[in-house]
Design a protein around this ligand. Sequence first.
Ligand code: CP3
Length: 360
Amino acid sequence: MSLGTTAVAPPRSGLSPRRRGLTATSPFLRAAAGDRPERVPVWFMRQAGRVLPEYRALRATTAMLDSCRNAEMVTEITLQPVRRFRPDAAIFFSDIVLPLAAVGVDVDIVAGVGPVVAQPIRARADLDVLRPLQPDDVPYVSTAVGMLIRELGETPLIGFAGAPFTLASYLIEGGPSRSHTRTKALMYSDPELWHDLLGRLAEITTGFLRVQVDAGADAVQLFDSWAGALNEDDYLRYVAPHSARVLSAFADDGVPRIHFGVNTGQLLGAMGAAGADVVGVDWRVPLDEAALRVGGDRAVQGNLDPATVFAPADVLAEKVRDVCRRGAAAPGHIFNFGHGVLPESDPGVLAHIVDLVHEF
Ligand code: CP3
């Protein structure tokens, strides 16, 4: 028996008592709101899985997307890095392509490669599969979020989804791409089809985040990992309106909205203006400079180079402190890497970084 099969949506007005308490005390939520809590909050993108032996043991016989469909596994994998590193936030274990699979796209995650789409989107008829996502498509997500917020206590839970552009790139290319050639070709040659595609993806993404927020997620992060492949003009014309629609859908939920991409130095202002409370910054632009580009009026997240974990201890410590010092130029700062944890990272070094940030 699964719960929540009736169409009655939980009330959205105001914050739950749990969130009201957290918002006042959690360093992560306070920094996201542009405040300066007593310590710099820290979490790591892709902190779940990858580097943890207990994750590999649990996943040994279960395919990636199947593990995302198992609420007990999702809960356990989300909690593993929280136990190890004591970060200031947990990120829900799932994947950006899960909602696509849930509406019927034939997509799989191939280890060492990434998402692979059996029938890439190339023509209008290919859009038919991209129907809106309903809560019933992902019952295990609300179940897992509910289990997690009971376990997490005072640690906030971040829900997430892929942004329309990044999802479109996987769907059009059929898999990971460095140059996004086919994606840009479609964008330039058939803007009408492009906007219809991104509109449908915005709806699916909103639906996926809505399930997480209604079940109790405390914040959301929109991953537009590959938006940095665009210049600002094309970003504003072809992408920003769709991401803005997603972010604006959560304007009244009281959850901070983090907007992240890689190689987006030229887009930081536009990504903030799309409706983010927090702008994620990779390691290429110093945080004080990034805070200026964002406009000086919202929080930033980042931005240690994930490869710094392989540096000698004194170099690592100085780079952590440098990120903290520069982050103080923004109204709020959440410490993170500039992109996901590298698979070869030593979990002990990640735990050490959390301590260094908290001691700052
Ligand atoms: O700690 C977390 O952040 C857990 C949740 C999470 C996963 N993927 C789990 C995962 C999140 C937030 C993501 C986001 C995601 N997925 C992004 C955006 C973030 C980014 O890195 O820019 C993207 C682009 C994807 C698509 C994707 N899924 C890729 C590129 C890969 C890696 C493929 C590989 O093996 O190199 C995946 C698979 C994936 N997603 C894994 C995990 C833990 C690895 C699966 C495994 O253990 O075999």
